[in-house]
Design a protein. Structure first.
Length: 402
């Protein structure tokens, strides 16, 4: 998933979550605003039903009070009702309600919640006694609040479920793509590996023979850039420091029995002083973190050294960096070809020069086949061990010092 797609999807999820919250808040606020008039309507309806029951049974008789309890249970707006005179309380229901005070002598309606209001009216009981009917009336039905909360939950749950599905699909896509790249796309064929490996190994040992054949000959001194460790054009290490640092990392990896990967990134004909190259360098630093392990290479390439990182993880990182750099190149309206070559130590005692040569071969393979922008040089470890053994035997016979 590209950065643009992530941003769009994030905005969509935020919108869905906000929609769920706004649905609940707006509907509750609207009902609460209309609640006072609705409460009065419901109270008048309740009184009308009370008066109707008086025609069927005497007021405050046991039969009447039983009917009154049923009316309260049926009306969702009525939370509690009391009927009392100045000297006596005739009816309080439900007694367990928190809206009826706990005084056993004279229970009365007691409301502190803003979701309820108290409505009162008088009904004559006898010629000399008048009763007062008090009711705690909901401004919003509890069932309505529950319904709004439930629908809001459904909306938010749908957004959450959608997020989980997308995350699972992205994760599965990355795993499938990585496995496919390892098996079919990003490794050289067996015949190519063998021929390149043999050529590289022979070149390594032939160069060693030339160096040691004349022990009196002074070793050439590597030129060190006078401008410091980092190139002002990209902010990355100079190429001249690559071999020294790579050999040091290989020695450290071998002593700790750890893996090491080398990633070469080539953007054809894009010089390091181009503005796009600066963006590429900044992205490499952001992804690989250690600037002193990222080097300029040639006129249009970069080499990243990844200690303690195996081939599988390197391929995954390369897939990510390929997509990021592709977007950067496109943003400058450039069409330069972008390829990535990978080489790994694969638990070998190998020189830095050899790893670089292997990455170059992988890059050349990627350049030949545009549909394979990322190629990993896969080493035949057994063949390499056999070749080393043969070379050491030959060296001992010839008394060549290594």
């Amino acid at each position: 998933m590209t950065n643009k797609a992530v941003v769009v999807f994030s905005i969509l999820i935020i919108f869905i979550f906000s929609l769920g919250i706004f649905y609940f808040v707006i509907n509750v606020a609207d009902d609460y605003k209309k609640g006072s008039s609705e409460a009065d309507t419901q109270f008048r309806s309740f009184l009308a039903n009370m008066n109707y029951e008086i025609s069927n049974a005497p007021y405050l008789s046991p039969t009447y009070l039983e009917k009154l309890r049923e009316l309260i249970q049926q009306n969702e707006y009525i939370a509690a009702v009391t009927i009392k005179s100045e000297s006596n309380t005739y009816f309080a229901y439900p007694l367990s309600s928190k809206y009826i005070s706990a005084s056993s002598a004279s229970p009365k309606i007691f409301v502190t919640s803003p979701a309820l209001i108290v409505r009162t009216t008088g009904i004559p009981y006898t010629d000399t006694i008048d009763t007062e009917v008090q009711a705690a009336v909901y401004l919003i039905k509890p069932s309505k609040i529950f319904d709004y909360a439930l629908y809001s939950f459904y909306i938010i749950a749908a957004g959450t479920f959608l997020s989980l599905i997308v995350l699972l699909l992205v994760k599965r896509s990355k795993k499938t793509k990585t496995a496919h790249n390892i098996s079919n796309k990003e490794t050289l064929s067996g015949a190519e590996q063998s021929s390149i490996e043999t050529e590289l190994t022979e070149n390594d040992f032939s160069s060693k023979r030339r160096i040691h054949s004349d022990p009196m000959k002074k070793e050439s001194v590597r030129t060190i850039d006078p401008m410091g460790l980092f190139s002002p054009a990209t902010g990355l290490c100079w190429e001249s420091y690559l071999e020294t640092r790579l050999d040091a990392e290989l020695i450290r990896a071998a002593s700790s029995e750890q893996e090491l990967s080398l990633v070469q990134i080539k953007v054809t004909n894009l010089l390091h002083n181009h503005p796009c190259a600066k963006e590429i360098a900044a992205t490499l630093i952001d992804v690989f973190k250690f600037r002193d392990l990222i080097f300029e290479f040639g006129d249009d390439s970069y080499i990243c050294v990844l200690p303690n990182v195996d081939l599988t993880k390197t391929l995954s990182l390369s897939e990510y960096i390929y997509q990021e750099l592709k977007q950067i190149i496109s943003s400058f309206n450039l069409t330069n070809q972008l390829v990535i070559g990978i080489s790994t130590r694969t638990m070998r005692l190998v020189s830095g020069i050899r790893l670089v040569k292997e990455s170059i071969e992988a890059v050349n393979k990627a350049l030949e086949e545009p549909e394979l922008p990322i190629v990993a040089f896969k080493v035949n470890a057994e063949r390499y061990k056999q070749f080393l053994s043969e070379e050491f035997e030959l060296a001992n016979k010839s008394r060549v010092i290594y």
